[in-house]
Structures are given as C-alpha cells and as structure tokens.
Design a protein around this ligand. Structure first.
Ligand code: CP3
Length: 371
C-alpha cells in the first residue's frame, strides 16, 4: 500500500496543533506575537546538520533517509523558538524523479546529467506518479508530522515550474539563463510545453504532501525575478496561479505561500491568484507591499498576507544590528495599523556562513517586539 492510501487514517491520528500563530496570522486573526521561521532553516550553518549529513553520505541520500530527514528538520526547532517546520527535501526532487540524473558537485551546487534541450528530451519526460517515484518525500512528511507532535505546523513545498525549468534546461544553477531564455525568445512553445509538464507534477506533488501531513505549502519561485515583467506573467505567474487554484479545489483549508524572489515590483500581478500570502525578498519595503496589496484587494478574493523579508546577510552583523533591523522591519510590516497578516522570515535562505547564535537573536527579536 502506498503512503497516500493510508495517510488519511494516519492524518486523523496526528496530534492537535499547539502553536497556530502562523496559521492565525495568515487568516488575519489576532496573534499574541509575530510568527517567524527561516527559509533553509535546516542546513549547513548548523554543526549538527553537517554531522547528520556526513552520516547519510551525501545530500540526496539524506533527503531519502526518512529518519535522518526527520532529524535534520527538527534540529533548528531544538535550538530556536520557531513557529513552523519545513520538510527537509529539495525543489530538484521532481526533475530527479523525471530521470534527469541529479548530482551535486562540491562547491558548484546541483547538476543534471541529462538537461532538456530538444523536443526528443521533452517527449521522453515521464508523467510522474508522485506516490511512486517520490514516495520517500511523502514518507518524510508523515514521519516529520508525527515527530512534531503538534509543536508547530509543517510546511510542504515545491519549486515553481519556471524555477524548475531553469535548472532542467541549463543543467544546473545559472547566472544568465542562456538556454532557458534562448527558448523563451526563439521557441516559446517549447518552453510552454515543458512548463505545462512540470506544473502537472507540481500539483500532484503538493497534493500528495498534504495527504501525507503537510499543513501549509510554499511555492519557491526563486528565479522568477530574472524574467522581464511581461515574461513573468506568461512564463511564471500563469502557472503558479493555476497550481494554487487547483490546490485550493483539492485542499481549500491548506494555506499557500507564494515566494517570488525579485517579485516585489509585481505584487499586483501576484495578488491575482488564490495564494494566502506572498513571500518577499529584502528589496521590497513591507509597508509599501501591504499598501499595494490593500489597494489591489478585490471583494471576492482572498486577502493576502505578507512574509519576509530580512536580508539574510543581516545575520553577519552584530546582535545589536540584527535587533535594530528587526525592529525596523516590524515597524514597517505593521505601519498600516493591522497587527496581523504578517509572517516574519528572511528574504531568502539562511546561508552556510551564519553563526547560529545570530539566527537565535533574529528569532527572539521578532517575538520580543511589542505588537
Ligand atoms: O528550508 C529548509 O530548511 C528546507 C530544505 C530546503 C533545501 N532546499 C535544502 C537544501 C529547501 C526548501 C530547498 C529549496 C531549494 N533548493 C531552492 C529554493 C529556495 C531558494 O533558495 O531559493 C533551490 C533554488 C534549491 C536548489 C538547490 N539545492 C541548490 C541551488 C543547492 C545548492 C546550493 C547550496 O546551498 O549548496 C541545493 C542543495 C541544498 N538544498 C542544501 C540544502 C540544505 C545544501 C546541500 C548540502 O547539504 O550540501
């Protein structure tokens, strides 16, 4: 029996949630203090993460090892007073399951042995049965949710079709997106075919994570900001919007956070979706973001909360600097006078060079702020 067959019964046995601050903030209900978590909160800045990863051998083996993936998810929660956990996995699990041959070269980030460059490459891409080829992800979700025992809500996640397509076409990380943008401007229908295939798998993947126990979802459009504004609408947002809409049909009560790095200028575009919250990087003032979202709000649409957006490099500064920047961030987030509808976070993932003590200063400063 696959995980999805029995997870509904499992789900009923999950412990009730003890800390629902983050879910309350997304619903614009009152909160006792500001909820906070960090993108990439489980990772190499923690010595205990490095030790567990060394035991697993390599990064993908760690993702596929249910007990160790659970352990590294919980590590930051033991150190810090976080208001959410996030599944330990990666956005590149989907292209890996599609057969692109993911591997990690030390110091160079992810690589694919078989990038998508031709129609034949594209036609070979399988339609994924996520409960089969990505069953290890669903097992991790259920294991983490059980281990959390209701402490905080658990995020599931996926990359956006656009962000995943850049890795699949380039064959790894990229600064200029040479091949992906080449297709965008010379063979747009080719790129659309790929985005379409990815979108179908992203919907099934996030759906299956919810069935396995995820209580909230985030879509990482990490490279959406690399697009031109018209191209963002056509090649990224259109797919994200469809994914969120479909998830809302399947799981109306599961909140969805849409994070587009570099997407601050396009909040009006992103507001045109059923996402519950928009994630922001540090280039966007939070007071301005909330103002734009209030102006864009349409009567029958879901009111959009915001999440973010401290520059992760702030954590290289002194505790005094971190506290001062957190205060400015929260003053800005609450400048509208509404003391909810906001989740504190970094504007992108925490880096491997941060001293964990400084991450603690950040989280405690958020909670200490008087609403
Ligand atoms: O947030 C969390 O704690 C959950 C785990 C998580 C990882 N990757 C673990 C990881 C999440 C949510 C991701 C998402 C992810 N992966 C994104 C989107 C978020 C973002 O940063 O914009 C992207 C673009 C990737 C692709 C990826 N995975 C890259 C570019 C790299 C290498 C870069 C690096 O930091 O080394 C990875 C590997 C990766 N994913 C690591 C971790 C902890 C480091 C691997 C290691 O242990 O060596």
């Amino acid at each position: 029996m696959s995980v999805s067959d029995n997870s509904n019964s499992l789900k009923q046995n999950f412990a009730p949630l003890k800390n629902d601050r983050l879910l309350r903030a997304l619903r614009f209900e009152t909160v006792d203090t500001t909820p906070v978590w960090m993108m990439r909160q489980a990772g190499r800045y923690l010595p205990e993460y490095k030790a567990t990863r060394a035991e697993a051998g390599d990064f993908m083996s760690l993702c596929k090892d249910t007990a160790r993936a659970t352990e590294v998810t919980l590590q930051p929660l033991r150190r810090f007073d976080l208001d959410a956990a996030i599944l330990f996995s990666d956005i590149l699990t989907i292209p890996d399951a599609m057969g692109l041959g993911l591997y990690f070269e030390t110091g160079e980030g992810p690589k694919f042995k078989y990038p998508i460059r031709t129609q034949a490459d594209l036609d070979r891409l399988p339609t994924l049965d996520v409960n089969d080829s990505l069953d290890y992800v669903m097992r991790a979700v259920t294991s983490i949710r059980t281990a959390l025992n209701g402490q905080v809500p658990l995020f599931g996640f996926s990359g956006s079709p656009w962000t995943l397509a850049t890795y699949m076409i380039e064959g790894g990380s990229s600064k200029d997106y040479r091949y992906t943008k080449g297709f965008l401007y010379s063979k747009p229908e080719f790129l659309h075919q790929l985005l379409e295939k990815i979108a179908v798998s992203v919907i099934d993947y996030l759906d299956a994570q919810v069935v396995a126990g995820a209580q909230i979802l985030q879509i990482f459009d990490s490279w959406g900001g690399a697009l031109g504004h018209r191209q963002f609408i056509e090649f990224s947002h259109a797919y994200n919007k469809r994914i969120v809409a479909e998830l809302k049909v399947r799981h109306p009560d599961i909140p969805v956070v849409l994070f587009t790095k570099g997407g601050g200028l396009w909040l009006d575009t992103q507001a045109d979706s059923e996402a519950d919250a928009l994630g922001l990087d540090w280039t966007m003032p939070l007071d301005r973001a909330r103002q734009v979202l209030t102006e864009q709000h349409k009567p029958l649409q879901r009111k959009k909360a915001v999440q973010g957006n401290l520059d992760p490099a702030t954590l290289y500064g002194s505790p005094e600097t971190i506290r001062a920047e957190v205060k400015l961030m929260l003053d800005s987030a609450y400048a509208c006078g509404e003391k909810t509808g906001y989740v504190a976070n970094l504007g992108h993932g925490i880096t491997q060079w941060v001293n964990p003590d400084n991450a603690k200063v950040f989280i405690d400063a958020v909670h200490d702020y008087k609403l």
